[in-house]
Design a protein around this ligand. Structure first.
Ligand code: MG
Length: 301
């Protein structure tokens, strides 16, 4: 069966400095983070999630959010975003002049309670003033729907649960949803099924997919998303970030691996693959950690 028609252009949303570094055991020095983000900017990634404005004690890896936002060299054509958990975080993010903010909830009630100490409905209420404030300031917004394809506590997640939380986020006024496979269990037909349900309720342009390669299915899932017309995919340079629910396993889909496949499919991204490799190399030499990206390994062999 032919692959069929795919989008001509895709937007890559880089999550390495936030989602990646947040899940690394060690705390990276601020100046290394700044050089890493600057290297990602040189690669012309159109969206870079640079940090998280959670309470500094909560995630020590990202306690320097203000300094990172202050010291990175911004390019006007790139949107620099950050995760914001509540109104206090929103205040800090707007003082830091971020172009966009992201809020984070889940399709699994149990995961939401473990991760944010609040049920799904409570997180939505918490985001209401955050999104309103962002809109008033002209700041772009995204909502993460984590555990959309499976939960470390509940196991299978119903498609209905994914659709419900997605609709709630859109009703708040969030511009984009990142439908996320937090523990890396999704497989292509499941992706197709979840998208089938979501696309009944919302336009394809508002949907991004966030895959983890924990079990080696991330790129197959991206292809399933492309076949449904999805044009926004999250990735992390070098495959940065472990999986907190599978210690030792890889986490986020690597930006290099995603770009290599998209280039091969003839899909434009505007991103320089070789410059992403340079960004990963820079971070790897500062941390001494070998990136999990397969493309990185092949390109630097
Ligand atoms: Mg992730």
């Amino acid at each position: 069966m032919p692959i069929g028609e795919l989008p001509e252009r895709v937007t890559v949303y880089e999550v390495g400095p936030r989602d990646g570094l947040q899940n690394q055991a060690e705390v990276i020095p601020t100046d290394v983070k700044v050089r890493f983000v600057d290297a990602l900017s040189r690669a012309r990634l159109p969206y870079i999630e640079v940090t998280s404005f959670v309470r500094p004690g909560m995630i020590p890896q990202l306690a320097d959010a203000e300094q990172v936002a202050e010291e990175i060299e911004r390019r006007p054509e790139i949107a620099y975003t950050a995760l914001v958990p509540n109104s206090r975080g929103m205040e800090r993010a707007s003082r830091a002049h971020l172009d966009g903010i992201a809020v984070f909830t889940a399709a699994s009630e149990t995961f939401s309670r473990h991760n944010t100490n609040a049920g799904i409905a409570e997180t939505i209420e918490r985001f209401r003033p955050v999104v309103a404030e962002a809109q008033a300031r002209g700041i772009w917004t995204r909502g993460y729907v984590s555990t959309a394809f499976g939960c470390p506590y509940e196991g299978d997640i119903s498609t209905e649960a994914v659709v419900n939380v997605s609709k709630d986020l859109l009703a708040l006024g969030v511009s984009q949803l990142a439908i996320s496979d937090t523990i890396g269990v999704a497989t292509p037909r499941q992706v197709d099924k979840v998208l089938d349900a979501l696309l009944e309720e919302m336009p394809v342009q508002q949907l991004a997919l966030h895959f983890h390669d924990t079990r080696g299915t991330a790129l197959a899932n991206v292809l399933a998303g492309l076949q449904r017309g999805i044009t926004i995919f999250d990735a992390s340079a070098g495959g940065l970030g472990g999986c907190p629910y599978a210690p030792g396993a890889s986490g986020n889909l690597a930006t290099e691996d995603l770009l290599y496949m998209l280039e091969g499919l003839g899909i434009e991204t505007g991103v320089s693959l070789s410059d992403v490799v340079e960004a990963s190399r820079l971070l790897a030499s500062a941390t001494g950690r070998v990136p999990s990206s397969r493309y990185f390994a092949a390109a630097t062999a």
